[in-house]
Design a binder for this molecule. Structure first.
Ligand code: ATP
Ligand code: ZN
Length: 213
């Protein structure tokens, strides 16, 4: 049991398919039924745990899982004692500031004294500090893009890929705060056995990537 590497991946959502594909293309064979919480690979010393992505950094820090696949945005937001082991080249998006289209936004100083709604308060706090801006942060967990329209905030900081959600909510993207993609995170002090399994998996992931290019 303890010599299995426990890998936490998102149970359902935008990271799920890419995470499953990555593990399966690396040669791991396992079942993934809809209601399954965990499964053991048939041909590799790995156990896969299916969790909410937001919870994965905490589980890795607590050593319930040894490694996890999350968005870089979640890795940076949660600020846990985890290492970023590898960028995975899928689930690419950016975390951006957006303001109502009617605003005459000139530069980042516009945000001074404003209220920003976001699900990423720590990342936003760092961004504001770096830019010497004092603004309020209003943390909400979903539907951030409606906040300006209902008078909850002057601006938002949220994930963007095509920008169509912003557009349909009358917002425009004005600053890219960070680029993000899926990453492997790991507990910083894996035992030697587990580190060996992880190294083998990383080697296979790299081999698959090279074969594709
Ligand atoms: P929940 O936790 O309720 O499942 P969520 O918003 O955290 O919702 P997803 O929408 O599945 O979950 O997003 C998971 C991750 O996928 C995000 O943290 C981000 O890294 C990435 N992501 C989000 N939006 C996009 C997008 N439009 N394109 C590509 N990747 C995205
Ligand atoms: Zn989530």
């Amino acid at each position: 049991m303890s010599n299995l590497l426990r890998i936490a991946i998102q149970k359902s959502g935008r990271l799920q398919e890419g995470s499953l594909d990555l593990l399966k293309e690396s040669g791991l064979s396992f079942s993934n039924g809809k209601d399954q919480l965990k499964t053991q690979a048939r041909n590799f010393p790995v156990e896969v745990l299916f969790l909410r992505d937001d919870d994965i950094p905490q589980y890795v820090e607590d050593k319930v899982a040894d490694v996890g696949i999350v968005g870089e945005n979640v890795f940076f937001e949660k600020q846990k004692k985890n290492e970023l082991v590898k960028r995975l080249d899928f689930a690419k998006c950016r975390l951006s500031m957006a303001v109502p289209r009617s605003e005459n936004y000139t530069d980042v100083q516009w945000l001074n004294g404003k209220n920003i709604a976001t699900s990423y308060p720590n990342i936003v706090k760092d961004f504001l500090q770096k830019n010497n801006i004092k603004a309020g942060i209003h943390e909400i967990s979903g539907s951030v893009e409606i906040a300006p329209g209902i008078g909850l905030a002057d601006a938002i900081c949220d994930l963007v890929s095509t920008g169509s959600t912003l557009l349909s909510n009358g917002l425009k993207e004005v600053e890219v705060v960070m680029q993000s993609e899926a990453v492997i995170i790991a507990s910083p002090d894996l035992d030697i056995e587990k580190q060996k399994i992880l190294d083998k998996l990383l080697f296979r992931i790299e081999a698959v990537r090279k074969a594709k290019n």
